[in-house]
Structure formats: C-alpha cells, structure tokens
Write a protein that binds this ligand. Structure first.
Ligand code: 5GP
Length: 182
C-alpha cells in the first residue's frame, strides 16, 4: 500500500456533521496513530524538500503559516523539521498586539482572520498549511495576510482537497494536497 492509500484508509467520514447534508472528513484518526502521523509528516517534508517549488528554487522556506484550528496541529511540526518559523492565522480578536486582518466568506455571512503584523518580514517565502481545502475562502484570506506583510506564498499545503469545489483556483500560488476527494 502506498503512503497515500494508507493515509486515505485512516480518514473517518461523518455524515451530517456539523449539519445535515455535509459529510465531514476527519483527520484525527491519523494523529491518534503515531505511525500514521509520522507517515503524514514525512510525506509532506519529502514533498517540500525534494521537489523544486517554482517560486522558491533555493528550496528555502522561511515561514510556515498554519490556519485556525487544525493547521495549528500540522504547521509547527513541519516548521520545526524545516528549521522555519511557525506563524498562526487566528480568528478575529484572539491574537495580541497589532494585527492585520482579512475577511472571507463562509456559507452564511463572513468571518475575519488575523495575523500579527510583525510575524513575517518582507520577501520571506511562506507555505500556508491546513488540514483541508473546501471553497478555498479561508486559505485565500491567509494568503492575503501573507501578502499584506510582504511575504511570498510559495505553496498551499493540505492533507485533503475537495476537488469539486475548485478552491485552489482562488489562490495566488499552487496547491499541494495528499488526498484528492470528490
Ligand atoms: P474553505 O475555507 O476552504 O471553504 O474551508 C476549509 C476550512 O474548513 C478548513 O479550515 C477546514 O479545516 C474546514 N473544513 C471544512 N470542511 C471540512 C471537512 O470535511 N473536514 C475537515 N477536517 N475540515 C473541514
């Protein structure tokens, strides 16, 4: 079994969560199993270090940005292994100090993400990480925050990509996902 098939086999799906008609893909069974978690992180690190990402031919990633909330579980592990900084993007009102904010559309209404204004230096190369991309709205807002601080998003990284929603088409850099789902 390939590592992609192995990780796919570890996902759980929950019908009608968080509300009727939605099938929620749950990554927590991967984190519960240290061999699966190691496989996940090794897969992502192999991707980031052995493939040349066009916008960072030097392969030097300065910052890993993780999205509230499951991006916080992946981002710091990836950042530590790369020797890069970890920077959180949080829902509005949760971060201290001066922050930049960006608004994104949710199914009903909108929400805002924030990043601390001194978290990224102009010109730094950035990877944005979350567990799943659906419409791409939250990843797009994170990319806007990176751009406001002068960073360059080189790639958006996810465990799962919901292909039918075409979220990647909203983003200013390529998407890499381990598992593509219909
Ligand atoms: P988007 O902004 O791309 O529409 O939604 C992506 C965000 O919603 C991510 O932060 C992701 O964690 C969450 N999300 C939406 N649907 C799912 C799902 O089925 N499974 C998981 N794990 N997260 C989801």
């Amino acid at each position: 079994m390939s590592d992609v098939e192995y990780l796919r086999s570890k996902l759980a799906s929950h019908a009608d969560f968080p509300k009727k008609g939605i099938v929620f893909l749950d990554i927590f069974p991967i984190l519960r199993d240290p061999i699966a978690f190691e496989t996940l992180i090794t897969h992502l690190l192999h991707h980031l270090t052995s493939h040349t990402i066009p916008s960072i031919p030097s392969k030097k990633i300065d910052v890993v940005v993780g999205l509230d909330a499951r991006g916080f579980l992946l981002g710091p592990v990836i950042a530590l292994r790369l020797g890069a900084a970890f920077v959180p993007v949080r829902k509005q009102g949760k971060l201290p100090g001066t922050c930049e904010s960006a608004t994104y559309q949710k199914e009903y209404g909108s929400d805002s993400f924030e990043m601390q204004s001194d978290a990224i230096k102009p010109g730094q190369s950035v990877i944005v990480v979350d567990d799943l991309i659906a419409t791409g709205g939250s990843a797009k807002a994170a990319g806007e925050l990176v751009a406001k601080l002068g960073g360059k998003t080189a790639e958006y990284l996810f465990i799962i990509e919901l292909m039918f929603l075409k979220g990647g088409s909203k983003l200013d850099a390529p998407v890499y996902s381990i598992i593509q789902s219909d």
